[in-house]
Design a protein around this ligand. Structure first.
Ligand code: GUN
Ligand code: FE
Length: 452
């Protein structure tokens, strides 16, 4: 009999496929010292009773009304923008960046201010069930490293990028890299420092090459960043074909779409995640599928800044990896539950169309809708696959990254009135109605990192 660090028992939900849910009723999850799921045991399995009896001292059993879900993977968060979440959403992207966002991010040269915001955003995301986050920090190397350290301390799996913005045309003096060479040198130093930090971090912490988006960067910086990503085999993140303005800007500068421009700079890799991607055509989608580049779908943010609904079902059908992103603070909510809900709603509106003056047959884009199961998949297994990490599923050889949901929390009870209710229905209620009050514990890599 193997020696497990912990054993958990209860009902769990995980994705079987993008559209199908796997319901595990009364299963055992055996966790090893490394925080990985070593064994998943069904009640009908031979060794179920033996494992239960021999691990009494390491056993945690869920109560009636509690469920395990995989921790969420947020594929796009601007950690500094947490300080302005919920504000300034009534102006277009270009103005929002220049009048609100860049002045706010400039303040992160102050490490004390950065520490306050970063500690709060990491704790808030954990409390909302997000166990892995792909972060943009700011142009400041030291504050970016501080964000990585805070993820480590709080037990979240953080992938962190020092943002690069060196294009004099599209940035302001108060907020940009000193020059291209400094931007590249600081990115390289940042990669080395985070890799050093990773050596002693159980849950993993990763440096991310982060050109903010093509408009902010010179050709030389984009090329240099592509070379650094290849040299150190790092993750890459950026914004891609987000709004009419941004899409047109890139077309007029390079006579091609963002996707092919990014590819030519060496920025599309298996470890690349591009946010938004609203205006991708089928050639762009094929390029993403070929290079293993993932799309971070940010449905709340897109409703404010992207001028369109991304055809996410279509891109997924073309073989593109998709995950969900909160895009704090283009999206106001730190919750991937809220974003999963919006992903479904937006897809329904794309399918039906929104202009009631048009006849029904002309109004929408057929086959665009996604289900809540698919949105859940994007928030969990899809995010894990986008990052090529063993996360986002409750299955053997995946990390024990979970949220324990309590549907009976006094202040946020879910409307479940029959304890024999079909578990598929319970799952849907969880996806649509859970609030942070229902997330009673969060675990990352076998360690408890949040409880209430
Ligand atoms: N494009 C460039 N920077 C940003 C940002 O901070 N948020 C969003 N939504 N789009 C961007
Ligand atoms: Fe963004």
């Amino acid at each position: 009999m193997k020696n497990y660090a912990r054993v958990f028992k209860g009902n769990a939900f995980t994705s079987k496929s993008p559209t199908e849910l796997h319901i595990l009723k009364d299963y055992l999850f055996c966790i090893n010292e490394n925080g990985m799921i070593a064994k998943v045991v069904a009640p009908v399995d031979q060794d179920y009773q033996t494992i239960l009896e021999t691990n009494q001292d390491k056993l945690q059993c869920l109560r009636e009304g509690q469920y395990f879900l995989p921790g969420f993977v947020d594929l796009h968060v601007h950690a500094p923008q947490w300080a302005q979440s919920g504000t300034a959403l009534d102006i277009p992207l270009y103005d929002w960046l220049n009048t609100y966002t860049f002045p706010l991010e400039a303040k992160f040269s102050d490490l004390n201010f950065a520490r306050k915001v970063y500690q709060d955003v990491v704790s808030t995301l954990l409390a909302n069930g997000t166990t892995t986050a792909l972060y943009f920090a700011t142009v400041h190397k030291d504050a970016s490293l501080l964000l990585a350290q805070i993820c480590v301390e709080k037990g979240q799996r953080g992938l962190v990028g020092k943002v690069v913005m060196d294009n004099l045309d599209q940035t302001s003096e108060f907020y940009r890299d000193h020059d291209t060479q400094t931007a590249l040198k600081e990115t390289e130093d940042f990669i080395l420092e985070v890799n050093e930090l990773a050596k002693t971090t159980k849950q993993g912490v990763y440096p991310v090459v982060t050109p903010r988006f093509i408009p902010s960067c010179t050709d030389e910086a984009l090329k240099g960043l592509g070379e650094l990503a290849a040299k150190y085999d790092t993750y890459v993140q950026s914004h891609c074909s987000e709004s009419d303005w941004e899409h047109e800007y890139v077309l007029s500068r390079f006579k091609k779409n963002d996707t092919f421009a990014l590819r030519d700079f060496g920025l599309l890799r298996d470890k690349s995640v591009m946010a938004h991607c609203n205006f991708l055509n089928d050639d762009d989608a094929e390029l993403f599928a070929e290079t293993g580049t993932a799309v971070s779908h940010c449905p709340i943010s897109n409703a404010y800044f992207a001028n369109s609904v991304i055809p996410v079902a279509h891109l997924h059908s073309k073989g593109v990896d998709i995950g969900l992103g909160s895009d704090i603070s283009g999206g106001f909510s730190p919750s991937l539950y809220d974003n999963a809900r919006q992903a479904v709603i937006s897809s329904r509106m794309l399918e039906d169309g929104v202009n009631s003056r048009l006849p029904a047959v002309e109004r929408g884009v057929p086959h665009s809708r996604i289900t809540i199961n698919e949105a859940f998949y994007f928030a969990t297994a899809g995010g894990g696959e986008s990052l090529s990490l063993p996360i986002g599923r409750l299955a053997e050889n995946f990390a024990w990254d979970v949220q324990i949901i309590d549907t009976t929390t006094a202040t946020a009870k879910l409307p479940i009135f029959d304890n024999q209710e079909d578990l598929e229905d319970v799952f849907q209620k969880i996806m649509y109605l859970v609030r942070p009050e229902n997330i009673c514990e969060v675990w990352v890599q076998g360690e408890k990192v949040h409880s209430r």
